[in-house]
Write a protein that binds this ligand. Structure first.
Ligand SMILES: *[C@@H]1O[C@H](CO)[C@@H](O)[C@H](O)[C@H]1NC(C)=O
Ligand SMILES: *[C@@H]1O[C@H](CO)[C@@H](O)[C@H](O)[C@H]1NC(C)=O
Ligand SMILES: *[C@@H]1O[C@H](CO)[C@@H](O)[C@H](O)[C@H]1NC(C)=O
Length: 175
C-alpha cells in the first residue's frame, strides 16, 4: 500500500467506528481564592459553564484528567487513561491531541482565552456538545466518569494549590 493510501485510510478510520458521547450530568467544586462563582449545567447533552474569576490564571496551572469506565452495573470505575496537562500550553502545543481538539471546539462556543495569563472576568461556555468526530475511536462503548482536577504546584502535596474540580458522567454509544 502506498503512503498516500495509508494516510487516507487513517483519515477515514475514525469515521468508520463513529460513536457518540452523550453527556449526562456533572458537578463541580471550586476554590473561592480563584472564583467568585462557577456554575456548570448539563442539559440535553449540552454543557454550559459560567464563571467569574477574581484572580489571574497564570502559567503553571495544570489539569489532571482521569477518564474512567464503569464496570458492569456497579458503581465501580476502572481507569482508561489519565494525563496531567499544562493548561496554558494546550493551544500552542505542536502535538495535536484529543484534549487540544476538545478545547479548540470549546473556544468556538464561549469566550475562553487562548493565552495566559487569563485576566479576571466573566468567562463562559454555552451549549457545547462534543462532536462525535472528536471521540477517540479506541474507546469502548459504556458509561464513563471524566474527572478534571485543576491545580498549581504538585498534586497531592502540601504545595498543591487547588483551583477547580469537575466531574462529568457520559455514555458512549454506537451511533
Ligand atoms: C465536591 O465536594 C463534595 C464534598 O466534599 C464531594 O462530595 C464531591 O464529590 C465534590 N465534587 C467534585 C466534582 O469534586
Ligand atoms: C452564581 O451564578 C449563578 C448563575 O449565573 C447565579 O444565579 C448566582 O446568583 C451566582 N451567585 C453569586 C454568589 O454570584
Ligand atoms: C434536545 O436536543 C434535540 C436535538 O438537538 C432537540 O431536537 C430538542 O428539542 C432538545 N430538547 C430540549 C428540551 O432542549
Amino acid at each position: 500500500m502506498s503512503k498516500l493510501c495509508a494516510i487516507i485510510w487513517l483519515l477515514f478510520l475514525p469515521a468508520i467506528g463513529a460513536k457518540s458521547l452523550i453527556i449526562q450530568t456533572g458537578e463541580c467544586n471550586f476554590s473561592r481564592k480563584y472564583y467568585e462563582n462557577f456554575t456548570l449545567s448539563i442539559v440535553n447533552n449540552s454543557v454550559s459553564m459560567d464563571m467569574i474569576t477574581i484572580r489571574k490564571l497564570q502559567r503553571g496551572i495544570k489539569v489532571f484528567i482521569d477518564f474512567e469506565i464503569s464496570l458492569g452495573n456497579s458503581k465501580n470505575y476502572q481507569r482508561v487513561f489519565a494525563h496531567i496537562i499544562d493548561v496554558c500550553g494546550i493551544v500552542s502545543s505542536v502535538r495535536n491531541n484529543i484534549f487540544k481538539s476538545w478545547f479548540e471546539s470549546m473556544l468556538q462556543h464561549g469566550n475562553f482565552m487562548y493565552n495566559c495569563p487569563v485576566t479576571e472576568g466573566h468567562y463562559f461556555l454555552h451549549d457545547w456538545k462534543l462532536d462525535s468526530r472528536l471521540v477517540p475511536h479506541y474507546l469502548n462503548v459504556g458509561d464513563y466518569r471524566i474527572k478534571s482536577h485543576f491545580f498549581y504546584g504538585k498534586q497531592k502535596s502540601k504545595h498543591e494549590d487547588f483551583v477547580l474540580d469537575i466531574i462529568v458522567y457520559a455514555q458512549l454509544k454506537p451511533s
